[in-house]
Design a protein around this ligand. Sequence first.
Ligand SMILES: *Cc1c(COP(=O)(O)O)cnc(C)c1O
Length: 369
Amino acid sequence: MSSTIEEQLAALEASGRLRGRRQLESPQGVHVTLDGRAVVNFSSNDYLGLANHPALRAAAHEAIDRWGVGAGSSRLVVGNTAVHDELEAEVASWLRRPAARLFGSGFAANTGVIPALVGAGDEVFSDELNHASIIDGCRLSRARVRVFGHRDVAHLEELLREPHTGRRLVVTESLFSMDGDRGDLEAITRLAHAHDALVLVDDAHAVGAFGAEGVGFAGADVDLVVGTFGKALGGYGAFIAGRRDAIDLMWNRARSLVFSTGLPPVVCAAAIAAIRLCRSSEGDAMRARLLQRVSEMGSDSQIAPVIAGDDRVVMRWTARLLEAGYFAQGIRPPTVPAGTARLRVSLSAAHSADDIAGFKRALTEARTE
Ligand SMILES: *Cc1c(COP(=O)(O)O)cnc(C)c1O
């Protein structure tokens, strides 16, 4: 790994793994303009279609008029406003947890929260397919990282049974971001508590999208839950919710909170509007529509992976789908394990039945050409 920057870029290019980007020329949604082409979007995490929702836009306008744009400093210095406090109270009330704390993003939450909870001499147990931000949080913590097989509760138990001295934390996603499958949170929590471990669940893809009022999948037994406002909630930023002592510790120990500028008040105001929408009957209707689209797709969740295996094959599928007017991004290593390149098809409550039917036809053609 002593290659120069130029050599690294050339090697990425040669292996077909050089990352690029497209340009979105319309607001986020299911019918978008991407690089000048009108397409039906099957790649965003805007699962309810809130990113451009009138209620969020109105809340944001109002907050800009009241507060301006930036928070100006860490919340611990002079960047804390009533909107930040109100959003934390809203999250705690929504998820029926004693307390909640905001973070700049889900990535910042995981890299801040995990090192705040465990350190050198402790252990952290992590599902092998956990998100990059969890992996980095585990590494930053300097705790001993015990990786258990994907959703493998028996393996987790084997590791937990080993003798230990320090603190212990089990961390898992609820709905896995690249596979759309679910961990058995009840079994994991039971095991963890029987073996002196706290449980942290990353509910990034479930908050807003599943459960009564969109509370996600982390049940009351789970000690701490991380969620993001960047996906089903249509905005940006993130939170941790749970035991008040752990939440209070974050002010003192979570470096990505302490040493980082507070979220812009406008972003908090949009998140408050998103949560209120999620808790309303309109939110129920959105989630019912999302489930309907999931069943039309023949998938288990709104994340429907279509495995190609080969990196180049998946990029060809993406190109052919684009020609047919559909966008589904090919996902390659290191985002997913080598040999499992895939389309990560994501569904939205804003898709129509025709969008799904048309996409399925185009996908069949793209795969058989
Ligand atoms: C997207 C994602 C994150 C990061 O959240 P952001 O708010 O986008 O930074 C964290 N964990 C999981 C499981 C995710 O899918």
